[in-house]
Structures are given as structure tokens and as C-alpha cells.
Design a protein around this ligand. Structure first.
Ligand code: SF4
Length: 459
């Protein structure tokens, strides 16, 4: 198992950034004396020779899209190397373990912090011991500092092949890290609570700073902090940002946090801006009081408006995310969201794909405990990794299909976000059959550009 290439780690997709699901396990495995190969199929082809020589393949599936790709990958790997031991790890492996084990995966690894499952598979004692060591290394990646290992960054694709930071003509190479695991909140639609159950833990400051240092040395000039919520432990994050800014005063960054935290920690936002924060992603999801209650978001429309004032007032851009298609969203809600985006001059702060996001209800979702969801009598589509639902108003399902096709075609054709936005609005108004049309601020001047990462956020 310690031979070069006996272990192969594969990442399927991590939102366009260099995958932490490869870098941290790779570092931990090397520190434990293994010599793994890696492949990131988001940016490079599957190397058949690496698959053939592997005895253990770990596939990282931290998100829904990655899992869909990962399952196809398992079938392909089994054709190339039928006897290899396959482990899937990451958030979505945990949620879908039963199905994955029935599809040729040997075991699924819970996210770090959770107990390990018993190993199966009839290995001899030596191999079993090595497997336990290996699996422990996979979950312990964040405990190993880059400079304390023989971390072979040369194995990783260069940062240039991943999504970049863009703001008008300014471009930056992006590095990626996370300062925490899990989340202390329990939003019902989120895949994190079923795995972490309202708990979060911090990654050592030195480890995060070393990861930043390593990526800066490889050309990164912007860092994305991909924590589920960067402000779960605000002082931990702030200390890291202060140290990072001291070491690299020109480095910029972005992070994700909930509306509630923006209001609660408003006193820090001017400092975030001074430290180089360029934008913040926040899961607004809906403006409807009824839906926000079902999703247990603990914010209101008025809170969202206050959050915009706080963040924009500090000179940072707020990029809201949305879940505009749920079984409870009305056509009026949808049009209201578009009007809100226009009124607050946020057209360039929202990736058009956001207007096509449809609620995913994965196995174990906290949404299943809500009376509103129980009333829907949903059935699980294991192969789609989610419960299926149709909207009681057929026009919403039709709108979803039309908007999805539109944003996909427009993204492929490079259509300006402003044009796509008003086309979506016209479609929704058409289906609504009302005279409710855009307010008319179609000029680019009315909608300031916003910094972004050149990979639209998706789950
Ligand atoms: S949506 Fe955000 S705040 Fe809510 S549970 Fe998920 S990560 Fe935490």
C-alpha cells in the first residue's frame, strides 16, 4: 500500500477551485508514509494507467454534482480495475452511503469528526491495518501543516487552470482554504446539518496560514475561504485574516456567511474591507416569510436589506444566493425576487444560474422533519440522490425548465448577465400573465459590476 501510486485520490468537482478534498488528504497520506497519485477530473482526463496500478482509490464527493460524476466514475473504474478497493468520502458520500455501497463502492467515509465505519472486504491483517491508517489519514488532512510534510505540490494541477477572480478588467489567480468544518446552524434545506448536527470545529490557524502561504508561492493573489459559514467562529477567522494581511498586504479574499451573522457581526465589516475582502456570498434563498420559516433561515426580507447596507456600506460586494424553486414558492414570489434584485441594483451580483436553482432534498435532509414537507408524501429517487417533488402549480415546473435552458444557453453563448436577467423576468411575467414587467433600469449604469469568481456557484 506504500508503493508509489498504490493509492489514487480522485476529485470530481469542487466549484471550480483547487479541491481541498485532494490537497488535505494528499498531505496527510504523505505524512503517514504513503505515496498517492491524484487526479482532478474537473480539469484533467482520467489517467487509465494510474487507475490500473492503484490498489485503493479514494473519490472525493463533497457536493451533489461531484457525486453524480463520481458514480459514473465508479462504473468506469470497475471496468479498468475490477478488484481495486473504492472508498468515497465527503459530505455526499455520507448522505448517500446505502445507495453507493450497492453500486460498487466498498465503503463510504463520513466527514471528519464522525466515527469511522467498520472496514469490510476480507483483507489480510497487514492490509487491514494499512487501510485503517490510510482512512484515518484521509479524515485527518487538516491536522497536517503543509510545511511539515514532503507535500508534493508538483502533483497538483496549477492554480491557473481553476476559476479566477474577476472584477471588470482586474483578474486574480485564486487559492482556496477552509478555516472550519461543519456549521452550528440547522437550516433545513442544507446538506451540512444531517452530517454535522449543529457542530463545527476549527482548523488550526497555522495550518490555514501555511495553506495560504503555499498557494501564494504558486501565484495566488486572491483567497476564497470556503467554510460553510466563515463567521461561525468570527475571532478565529479574523485572527487568520489579520495574520494573512500582515504577511501579504495585497492579497484579496472572499468568504461565505449567513444574513444573521452579517447583522450580528456588523462591527467587523469595515475591518474585513481593510484586510482585503472583495465580496461575500450569503444564502438569502428567498424573501417569502413562509419559505424562510420552512427553511429555518432565521432572517427576514428586512434583514436582507440591512445586510446589503452593512456589506455595501463597508465597500464590499454582497453576492446573494437563491433557491427560487421550492414546492412552496409561488410565481408572485419568483417575480418579487427579480424585482428585489433590480431595486437593489444587484443584477451583476447574482449569477444567472441562481434563478434556476431547484430545491434538493437529499436523504437525511432536515426538511423531511417539517410538516410542510411531510404533507408532500415524497419518494426517494436513490439514483438521483434526492427526493423528487413536483410543484402544485404546473406553471412553476414549466418556468423552471424554461429558465434552466435559458441560463445554460446564455452562459454557453457568453450573453451579458443583464440581458439574461431581463429575459428571465419577461418569461416569468409571461407565464404569470400579468402586466408585471421590469421597472426599466436596463442600463448597465444602473447595475454596477460586481467582483466574482468565474465559476457560477452551484451545489
Ligand atoms: S445554510 Fe449555511 S448557515 Fe445554514 S446550516 Fe448550511 S452552512 Fe450553516
Amino acid at each position: 500500500m506504500h508503493a508509489p501510486g498504490a493509492i489514487l485520490l480522485i476529485s470530481c468537482y469542487e466549484l471550480g477551485h483547487r479541491p481541498l478534498g485532494l490537497t488535505r488528504p494528499l498531505r496527510a497520506l504523505e505524512a503517514a508514509g504513503f505515496a498517492p497519485d491524484i487526479i482532478d477530473i474537473a480539469v484533467e482526463p482520467l489517467d487509465v494507467e494510474k487507475v490500473k496500478r492503484a490498489r485503493f482509490i479514494g473519490i472525493s464527493v463533497p457536493m451533489h454534482t461531484a457525486l453524480r460524476l463520481g458514480v459514473h466514475l465508479v462504473y468506469r473504474i470497475r471496468q479498468i480495475n475490477p478488484d481495486v478497493f473504492i472508498c468515497m468520502y465527503g459530505l455526499y458520500a455520507t448522505l448517500n452511503a446505502d445507495y453507493l455501497l450497492s453500486q460498487g463502492v466498498d465503503f463510504c467515509l463520513p466527514s471528519s469528526g464522525s466515527p469511522l465505519p467498520p472496514l469490510s472486504g476480507g483483507q489480510d491483517t497487514d492490509t487491514s491495518t494499512q487501510l485503517v491508517e490510510l482512512v484515518q489519514s484521509l479524515v485527518a488532512g487538516e491536522q497536517v501543516e503543509p510545511q511539515k510534510t514532503g507535500f508534493h505540490t508538483a502533483k497538483l494541477p496549477p492554480l491557473e487552470v481553476y476559476a479566477q477572480f474577476e472584477d471588470n478588467t482586474e483578474k486574480r489567480i485564486v487559492g482556496y482554504t477552509e478555516t472550519t468544518h461543519g456549521c452550528k446552524h440547522l437550516c433545513t434545506h442544507c446538506p451540512i446539518p444531517p452530517v454535522y448536527n449543529g457542530k463545527f470545529s476549527v482548523v488550526e490557524r497555522e495550518t490555514v496560514l501555511a495553506e495560504i502561504q503555499e498557494q501564494v508561492s504558486q501565484g495566488a493573489t486572491h483567497i476564497t475561504f470556503g467554510d460553510p459559514d466563515f463567521l461561525n467562529g468570527p475571532m478565529h477567522g479574523l485572527r487568520i485574516l489579520r495574520a494573512m494581511h500582515k504577511a501579504y498586504p495585497n492579497l484579496t479574499f472572499d468568504f461565505t456567511t449567513k444574513v444573521e451573522h452579517i447583522l450580528k457581526h456588523r462591527k467587523y465589516f469595515l475591518e474585513f474591507a481593510q484586510l482585503g475582502c472583495r465580496f461575500i456570498i450569503s444564502a438569502v434563498e428567498s424573501l417569502s416569510e413562509a419559505i424562510l420559516t420552512i427553511l429555518e433561515k432565521h432572517h427576514t426580507r428586512a434583514d436582507v436589506e440591512t445586510a446589503i447596507d452593512i456589506v455595501h456600506g463597508a465597500g464590499i460586494a454582497l453576492r446573494p444566493t437563491w433557491v427560487p424553486f421550492t414546492p412552496w414558492t409561488t410565481l408572485d414570489d419568483y417575480l418579487e425576487m427579480l424585482a428585489f434584485v433590480e431595486i437593489h441594483r444587484l443584477v451583476y451580483h447574482v449569477d444567472p444560474v441562481q434563478y434556476a436553482v431547484r430545491l434538493l432534498i437529499p436523504p437525511g435532509s432536515y426538511l423531511l422533519n417539517r410538516p410542510e414537507t411531510k404533507a408532500l408524501s415524497l419518494s426517494l429517487d436513490e439514483a438521483a440522490f434526492s427526493y423528487t417533488w413536483t410543484h402544485p402549480d404546473a406553471r412553476m415546473d414549466e418556468l423552471h425548465k424554461t429558465v434552466s435552458a435559458l441560463v445554460e444557453n446564455d452562459a454557453r453563448a457568453g450573453v451579458d448577465t443583464l440581458e439574461t436577467f431581463y429575459q428571465i423576468w419577461a418569461l416569468a411575467a409571461d407565464i404569470h400573465g400579468s402586466r408585471r414587467t421590469p421597472l426599466g433600469c436596463r442600463s448597465k449604469v444602473a447595475h454596477p459590476p460586481a467582483p466574482r469568481i468565474t465559476e457560477a456557484w452551484f451545489c
